[in-house]
Design a protein around this ligand. Structure first.
Ligand code: CAA
Length: 385
């Protein structure tokens, strides 16, 4: 349905599809085994100016919209959910600066990210502050013209690959979420350390690390937005924009699993005919395809709403994240089923899609948290109606 896309959407889709087929596909299985980082894909994306396609032109980016970014994420994740994640997490890390940074911070940090010279991570979660992000305990104390950060972060996605981190810390725990402040931390800052790498079920090429701050002195000029206490809102605003591209990752994984299932069921013969000729299999394929298309359209509608300047899109963003990532898990699981015993073996590519799909229901806010966001919004809307 190219007719529904803008020129920009088609341009990015074709670029991403080319990179997915020529750079991602040849290495996806190998990186899943070795856990190595897809630097060669990052380089290919960098060469095509894709590393900062979501960053405004004024700061060295391509000024692409959220729909462009979702399409790129979908195309890469259709071939490898892990590599899709390594790419798109840079958008998660940089949106706090785009949405809440001062002019100086934007000018200082965004062009390097846009050029692909520095990858950026988002360091919000902690061991005991996951869904309850506002209860984080990493502290930031202002001493002179610096903030001294102390604490430990968990689930810093791309942690070992990044050079920059948007890190969230509290300047006053008594103020709850209103004490949370965001800082831009450079990798080489003394007192900052990348720690343990998690041994993950899926997205195995992605280094998900603990990150540590030990008397880590960050210049006061790196306090995001130049004011204390805005960090939680910056995190929430970022997640509202980010959840659609995780949803797009889900759509990509689901579509990739469906592609493989379709190909396999056509060539697999049992009872003297291809199993795709059985109505029971066709019904499964039809349901999978319908679910993928419904998820895709919800993601695209959300992204178009954001690009059109709709102000309050938290509910829509949470809805597309829930629906698309639950779809990814369901479709990938059904695809494994269609491969039968072979689907359960690592010799075949399909089980990786099921492993990669699972994380999309968990990160960037579990799907239970998304339902909470949707429920709260519905009640608020009801109250104001
Ligand atoms: N936009 C702007 N502001 C918002 C907001 C939004 N979407 N949502 C809440 N806020 C504001 C509220 O208005 C409130 O402001 P005031 O202090 O001025 O009143 C403040 O934030 C606190 O709001 P709540 O009382 O609603 O906050 P809460 O503590 O109940 O938490 C939550 C709400 C939705 C559960 C939130 O904690 C949340 O989203 N949790 C999930 C966290 C998450 O997604 N983590 C994933 C991290 S990234 C990752 O997974 C790893 C990776 O790198 C891929």
């Amino acid at each position: 349905m190219d007719e529904l896309f803008s020129k920009s959407n088609l341009y990015y889709r074709d670029l991403a599809r080319d990179i997915a087929l020529n750079h991602v596909k040849p290495i996806a299985a190998e990186l899943d085994r070795t856990g190595e980082y897809p630097w060669q894909v990052i380089k290919a994306l960098q060469d095509k100016g894709m590393m900062g396609m979501w960053i405004p032109k004024d700061y060295g980016g391509a000024g692409g919209g959220l729909l462009d970014l979702c399409i790129v994420c979908e195309e890469i994740s259709r071939v490898c959910g892990g590599i899709g994640c390594t790419y798109v997490v840079n958008a998660l890390g940089s949106f706090p600066i785009i949405l809440g940074g001062t002019e100086d911070q934007k000018k200082k940090f965004l062009p390097e990210i846009a050029a692909g010279n520095k990858l950026i991570s988002f360091a919000l979660s902690e061991k005991d502050a996951g869904s309850d992000a506002g209860s984080l305990t990493t502290t930031a104390e202002k001493i002179g013209d610096e903030y001294v950060l102390n604490g430990d972060k968990k689930w810093t996605t791309n942690g070992a690959a990044a050079r920059l981190y948007t890190a969230f810390a509290t300047v006053n725990r008594d103020r709850g979420t209103r004490g949370v402040s965001a800082f831009i931390v450079e990798r080489e800052t003394p007192g900052f350390e990348v720690g343990k790498r998690e041994d993950l079920m899926g997205i195995r090429c992605v280094p998900v690390n603990e990150t540590h701050f030990r008397n880590c002195k960050v210049p006061a000029s790196h306090l995001l937005g130049g004011a204390e206490g805005r960090g939680f809102k910056h995190a929430m605003m970022t997640l509202d924009v980010a959840r659609p591209f995780v949803a797009a990752q889900g759509v990509g994984i689901a579509q990739g699993a469906l592609d493989l299932a379709l190909e396999y069921t056509k060539q697999r013969h049992q009872f003297g005919q291809s199993i795709a000729s059985f109505q029971g299999i066709q019904f499964m394929l039809a349901d999978m395809a319908t679910q993928v298309e419904a998820a895709r359209q919800l993601v695209y509608t959300t992204a178009r709403a954001v690009d059109a300047g709709v102000k309050d899109f938290s509910k829509l963003s949470a809805m597309c994240k829930v629906f698309a990532t639950d779809t990814a898990m369901k479709v990938a699981t059904d695809a494994v089923q269609l491969f039968g015993g072979y689907g359960y073996c690592r010799d075949y590519p399909i089980e990786k899609f099921m492993r990669d799909a699972k994380i999309t229901q968990i990160y960037e806010g579990t799907n239970q948290i998304q339902r909470m966001v949707i429920g709260r919004a519905l009640i608020k809307e009801g109250a104001s109606a």
